[in-house]
Design a binder for this molecule. Structure first.
Ligand SMILES: C[S@@+](CC[C@H](N)C(=O)[O-])C[C@H]1O[C@@H](n2cnc3c(N)ncnc32)[C@H](O)[C@@H]1O
Length: 442
């Protein structure tokens, strides 16, 4: 009798024996997942950035999606996967052992993606040679026989849980862990807020604010009504708040300092601002130009480093959506849980301070400086702005009001916006974000 459950009808089986040096069907996608995880965990690359190089050899779109899904789920559940792996060995495998990584890849398929056991094993073993192959086979057999399961609530990496507990509270850490187990919904920002009810109905979504519609994570975005016509774009509700807080532009001049791929520039343009959109990344600006063209919106686009550039004249609004640790978007990008440690956060905070100081000089008296980061770290939010106000006392906080925010999000006592895991939990949650709206004194 087979040691593993029978192969369900329709599941993949090699159609032919592969030639020497050639992967059996399905193995190439797992090999790509291995490369992706190596790029994130060993080199510290963002998962999305590593995707192109790691999946280059895969001609099939479904294989590329599978490699991405495996790698993302390993990153979401790595602590729990390791607990299972360690429960099945007398001697723990080294943290960076290839065998451990292959086990994580196979277990994610077995326990999350619903891959039949024989397929998960048959596509994992060719990633290894010799002794480790036998070891991995043995561990997987043990875990399958023991009907191993993942806990309902994922575990965050210990260092991240401790850092967030120190800055927020245990309830926030618990909410963050819970949110890792689900999939973040897709939020849409409408070019014309007057169309909110119409698009909520047509897209079968729910609106949590004027100009916003939330749809299920599984929808195929380009096929939805209004996408081709550029009547909306994808943007997390939290990410839409900074530009909303700028209000109507009435033809005034705004500089969006870190603008690509353009979500906030497009909002500002629809709100009547004349926008100069600057970013240092040519590739991201290309995406921005496509997004703007699809929506028929216009901005002066500048490719430059904000730390080396200066505008010809000051502006009524500077929006600084600064490069940050991105720890607030861990639900969609679980790689940030492993890439952003104290050193990276401190370096980014230094860069943000330098950008704030430059931007401060480009705001007309009475004008606004809006600072935002998709970070759950105070060093990149509250502490950053408190220090800035100490250096530039002629700026003051223009406190955000309740009625400027979606129901369920309230301003902090200082008048900032701080979104945290656990907010809007019954509606699908919201990314972690910080926004400060400052005004330059006369
Ligand atoms: C958080 S993203 C911006 C998202 C964008 N505001 C939006 O809403 O679509 C940060 C951006 O900062 C850009 N960036 C990082 N360092 C920069 C610098 N020194 N000068 C200009 N842009 C920079 C990155 O290329 C990236 O596009």
């Amino acid at each position: 009798m087979s040691r593993y459950p029978a192969r369900p009808a329709g599941s993949a089986r090699p159609a032919r024996r592969p030639n020497r040096g050639e992967d059996a069907p399905g193995v190439a996608a797992r090999r790509a997942a291995l490369r992706l995880l190596d790029a994130v965990l060993r080199r510290g690359d963002p998962l999305e950035t590593a995707l192109h190089a790691a999946t280059q050899g895969l001609s099939d779109r479904a294989d590329r999606a599978l490699a991405h899904a495996i790698a993302a789920d390993v990153l979401r559940r790595m602590g729990d996967l390791d607990t299972l792996i360690d429960s099945a060995t007398s001697e723990p495998l080294p943290e960076d052992a290839k065998a451990r990584m292959v086990l994580r890849i196979a277990l994610v398929q077995l326990l999350i993606l619903g891959t039949p056991p024989h397929a998960a094993i048959a596509t994992a073993l060719p990633l290894l040679d010799g002794g480790p192959r036998r070891l991995v086979h043995g561990i997987l057999g043990t875990l399958i026989r023991n009907e191993a399961r993942l806990p309902d609530v994922p575990s965050l990496p210990e260092a991240v849980a401790a850092r967030w507990a120190a800055q927020w509270d245990e309830a926030t850490v618990d909410a963050a862990a819970r949110s890792l187990g689900g999939r973040a919904p897709i939020d849409i920002t409408l070019a014309d807020p007057a169309q909110t009810a119409h698009f909520a109905e047509v897209l079968g979504g729910e609106s949590l604010a004027s100009g916003h519609v939330r749809v299920d994570h599984a929808v195929s975005v380009p096929t939805l009504a209004g996408f081709d016509e550029g009547q909306w774009w994808v943007q997390d509700l939290a990410a839409s708040l900074p530009a909303r807080l700028a209000g109507a532009g009435e033809g005034r001049r705004a500089i969006d300092l870190c603008a690509a791929p353009g979500g906030k520039t497009m909002q500002l343009a629809t709100q009547g601002w004349r926008v100069t959109a600057l970013d240092k990344s040519a590739k991201r600006l290309e995406r921005m130009t496509q997004n703007m063209a699809r929506s028929g919106l216009d901005a002066d686009v500048v490719q430059s480093d904000a730390l080396g550039w200066a505008p010809d004249e000051p502006a009524d609004l500077i929006l600084l959506d600064a490069p940050c640790s991105a720890t607030g978007i861990f639900r969609r990008h679980p790689d940030v849980l492993y890439r952003a440690g104290p050193r990276q956060i401190a370096e980014l905070a230094e860069q943000q301070a330098a950008m704030l100081d430059r931007a401060a000089d480009w705001v007309v008296p009475g004008g606004m400086l809006i600072y935002a980061t998709c970070s759950l770290e105070r060093a990149e939010g509250e502490d950053q702005i408190t220090a800035f106000l100490g250096r530039r006392p002629y700026f003051r906080v223009a406190a955000v009001r309740d009625d400027e925010l979606p129901t369920g999000v309230v301003p902090t006592v200082e008048g900032f916006v701080r979104t945290l895991p656990g907010m809007l939990a019954d509606k699908g949650g919201i990314d972690g974000f910080f926004v400060a709206r400052l005004v330059r004194g006369a």
